[in-house]
Design a protein around this ligand. Structure first.
Ligand SMILES: *[C@@H]1O[C@H](CO)[C@@H](O)[C@H](O)[C@H]1NC(C)=O
Ligand SMILES: *[C@@H]1O[C@H](CO)[C@@H](O)[C@H](O)[C@H]1NC(C)=O
Length: 238
């Protein structure tokens, strides 16, 4: 049987596996940028919430002034810097409560939308057929590993505020946040979520195999860590 002679080692590896690594180093750089942008949407949202906290405190202060008089000895009961959901319902706080409730819904929508955006981008990248002429492989391991760690750092930085919000607001498995986290987890871990039949982790392994810049199984191990974190996060939804 005639063995076809292929121009490069990478092409040979591709031939042997029938499919190739579909990601490029540029894809990973682009993913890092978009992950950071998605995180900013989420964090900006919480700054808005912080501003409303300030407004609410100012308003509550005004209400205390208005009440004044015989309420003096119980005045401190109204003065309350606890988060809204910890105190007993208080009629004075209803407008503030409603405002915060709406903001928290919007906040949930922002997280779900950011996850959705990131997943859509990731899926599009995972589906792209490889064009070997697109980019020469990076030869400098310092550059490759630095960029890989920057990508992992962005991913962790993106998941952390989501985890913090989930601990605080306890959204349920009916929420769009839950649904999109499930999609994100599946893209990382499952072959079934894209038509190239390789999970994101497998594609990363394939991509980084070439330069031998990493310790044995490092890319697999770090990928599994992300998926385990996602699993724990998903388990937090009642
Ligand atoms: C990365 O992003 C740049 C700028 O948006 C784009 O021109 C380029 O095609 C992208 N590359 C890949 C491999 O996605
Ligand atoms: C690899 O890249 C780093 C950072 O750009 C540079 O300092 C180093 O000299 C490069 N190494 C080689 C072998 O080219």
């Amino acid at each position: 049987m005639r063995i076809p002679i292929l121009p490069t080692a990478l092409a040979l590896a591709c031939y042997a596996h029938l499919t190739c690594a579909l990601l490029t180093l540029q894809t990973m750089r682009n993913l890092t940028v978009i992950t950071d942008e998605c995180r900013e949407h989420i964090v900006d949202g919480s700054e808005t919430l912080g501003e409303v906290d300030e407004m609410a405190r100012a308003l509550m202060g005004d209400q205390r002034l208005l009440r004044g008089g015989n309420e003096d000895e119980h005045g401190m009961e109204v003065e309350d810097s606890r988060p809204w959901h910890e105190g007993a319902p208080n009629l004075c706080l209803i407008p503030d409560f409603a405002l915060r409730f709406l903001l928290i819904i919007r906040f949930r929508q922002t997280i779900a939308a950011s996850l959705h955006l990131l997943c859509s981008f990731l899926l599009a990248e995972l589906e792209k057929p490889l064009d070997l002429t697109l980019e020469p492989p990076e030869q400098n391991c310092t550059v490759t590993t630095t960029q890989y760690h920057a990508f992992l750092y962005s991913t962790a930085n993106f998941l952390l505020p989501i985890q913090e919000r989930q601990m605080k607001y306890r959204w349920t498995s009916q929420s769009a946040v839950f649904e999109n986290l499930g999609w994100f987890q599946a893209l990382w871990a499952s072959r079934k979520t894209n038509s190239q039949d390789r999970s994101f982790i497998e594609q990363q392994i394939e991509l980084y195999k070439e330069g031998s810049c990493f310790e044995k199984n490092e890319v697999l191990r770090r990928g599994v860590e992300v998926v385990e974190w996602l699993n724990d996060l998903i388990d937090m939804f009642a």
